[in-house]
Design a protein around this ligand. Structure first.
Ligand code: NAP
Length: 527
């Protein structure tokens, strides 16, 4: 068993234990979990940044093949901890053991996927425009470009993915894959899980003979340690998953530094589902069941949780009755943290107080002293929805709002009124979908992923996945935080003009020694 110390990991050494104390709380029982974790000091923040900056000089030049070995080693070390992770993470999050096991597998899969990508190497988008000294009136320079890493990246762990979006999660894996050292700011809700994974990553750094500072893990409050990190002059980018308020505060800090840096925040999304008449006529019962599973999956604590469902007023009865019955008979859920629990209760109470919203089903929970909550189903109509912007707010937990629309115009107006989203879903038959170009055109502008006849929860980790979307879903709608494209966030193009062949990076040499796919004079080739 790994002995947890609650101390930060700063390069190859451990932090002090005289900082602000952080206690993980078992949300199911309310008990404090041992050991206490200790906030890093400002000196330790600086030390981690200095180590990372120094390590960058070497790590940026490590070949894709060696970076792949490192990423696979991290995955192997995490797999070795599997049982310990289940024991600790279930206590810290109240998530069930199968969920933790699946998330561990997903975390390792992500690392392997990035490893394969950097090992193959073509992801660097090498482009070569060959020079021509005989061109008139001016000779054409030889211009070659490829992606290069940015520098030390700060990653903020997410509360709702203690593994897949935490210490060695998507942001860390993509930043490391692109050649950047990473400093992780642990989430206060699962410090023990963070330390276990942090030690696994740290061990991999040593085992792969990489420089001290490629990885550090710091404990401490976001408003203190997190802000110090994002404003540290040696930090060159950040990744975040969490609340809109927290994400925006950090976005502002990142952009108002003397040297502004990219900050990729995934924040708030209500993932609208548009049910069209053909789907309602054909599959009311199946849609009710699918919706119920999606709304309640993981106690609704997913960024892709469907928070708004638009349904035609005609023939809505069967779906509403079916879904109401399922919601009312769903067992209560333990939320991840007392803070997330009270935010959910407040969000649900606000909807209850709204005179234009009806609570049509709920699972009552009387024990308000714990993190236990019940699922809830609310209903309103398109006119009220269009007149009250507050109905678009994310209620993070197992609830959803049904919005009945009476005309195509209302449906289109509702779609148009939405903020940026991670996902948008349409349920229809194929003919009705073909006739819905107006709706599709709007949703394409609003969301990063469009789902047809499915549900938005369950984000496949792959090459084509887009887990992003216009603000406030993310801080930069051009990016994704899931899938191999995520590495592009932590890289920038660098161009080499008229360089001698032997001084160029391997990826840009004439002979293409890495055999990667490149664009040479406008044509894609492996030659
Ligand atoms: P959070 O409060 O935004 O915290 C996420 C991370 O950011 C934590 O490390 C936190 O530090 C840090 N942080 C928060 N505010 C900050 C600030 N002003 N300056 C610097 N750092 C800051 O999110 P959470 O604790 O995970 O959950 C709270 C709420 O966020 C939920 O109720 C839900 O509404 C939303 N949420 C949304 C998603 C999504 O994917 N859409 C996912 C998770 C949560 P500390 O460790 O000190 O808290």
């Amino acid at each position: 068993m790994t002995q947890l110390s609650g101390k930060s990991i700063i390069g190859f050494r451990r932090g002090a234990s005289d900082g602000y104390a952080i206690h993980a709380i078992n949300p199911a029982t309310g008990e404090k979990l041992c050991p206490t974790s200790y906030s890093a000091s400002l000196e330790e923040v600086d030390e981690a940044a200095q180590f990372a900056s120094k390590a960058f000089e070497t790590f940026a030049r490590v070949s894709g093949k060696d970076r792949a070995i490192f990423l696979r080693k991290i995955a192997e070390n995490i797999e070795d901890l599997s049982d310990e992770l289940v024991e600790r993470a279930t206590q810290e999050t109240a998530l069930a053991a199968p969920r933790i096991k699946t998330e561990t597998a997903r975390t390792c899969h992500q690392l392997h996927l990035f490893a394969a990508m950097v090992e193959e190497g073509s992801w660097v988008d090498a482009r070569i425009d060959c020079g021509d000294s005989n061109r008139t009136p001016l000779p054409k320079p030889d211009v070659r470009s490829m992606l290069q890493p940015l520098g030390p990246v700060v990653v903020f762990c997410a509360s709702n993915f203690p593994l897949a979006f935490s210490v060695a999660g998507g942001d860390t894996a993509s930043a490391l894959a692109a050649g950047n050292p990473v400093i992780v700011k642990a989430h206060h809700a699962h410090p023990g899980t963070a330390e276990l994974v942090g030690l696994a990553v740290s061990r991999a750094v040593v085992e792969c003979d990489l420089p001290e500072g490629v990885f550090s893990l710091l404990f401490g409050p976001g408003r203190d340690i997190g802000q110090q990190l994002i404003t540290h002059p040696l930090i060159k980018a950040g990744g975040f998953t969490g609340s809109r308020l927290g994400g925006q505060a950090l976005m502002k800090l990142a952009s108002s530094r003397p040297e502004p840096i990219p900050f990729y925040a995934e924040m708030s999304s209500v993932n609208p589902i548009f049910i069209l008449l053909s789907a309602l006529c054909d599959r009311s019962e199946a849609i009710a069941k699918g919706l119920h599973s999606s709304v309640t999956l993981g106690a609704g604590q997913f960024c892709t949780n469907p928070g708004l469902v638009f349904i035609p007023h005609d023939r809505s009865e069967k779906l509403i009755d079916g879904l109401s019955e399922l919601i009312a008979t769903t067992a209560p859920f333990t939320m991840l943290t007392p803070g997330i629990c009270s935010a959910y209760r407040e969000g649900a109470e606000k909807l209850c107080r709204n005179p234009r919203v009806e609570l049509i089903a709920e699972q009552k929970v009387n024990d308000t002293g714990s993190c236990l909550v019940g699922a809830a189903l609310f209903q309103t109509d398109a006119i009220a929805f269009l007149e009250d912007q507050s109905l678009c707010a994310e209620v993070f937990g197992p609830s959803t709002l049904l919005i009945e629309y009476s005309s195509r115009e209302q449906l289109i107006d509702c779609a148009r009124s939405l903020e940026g989203q991670l996902t948008a879903t349409i349920h229809a038959d194929e003919e009705e979908l073909r006739n819905s170009r107006d709706l599709i055109a709007i949703l394409q502008m609003k969301a990063g992923r469009l789902v047809f006849n499915g549900f938005p929860t369950g984000v496949e980790v792959g090459h084509a996945m887009v887990h992003g979307g216009p603000f406030p879903a993310t801080s930069d709608g051009r990016s994704t935080s899931v899938g191999t494209r995520a590495a592009l966030r932590f890289a920038r193009s660098v161009c080499y003009q008229d360089w001698p062949d032997d001084a160029l990076p391997e990826e840009l040499k004439n002979a293409n020694p890495l055999r990667i796919r490149r664009m040479v004079d406008g044509r894609m080739t492996n030659a």
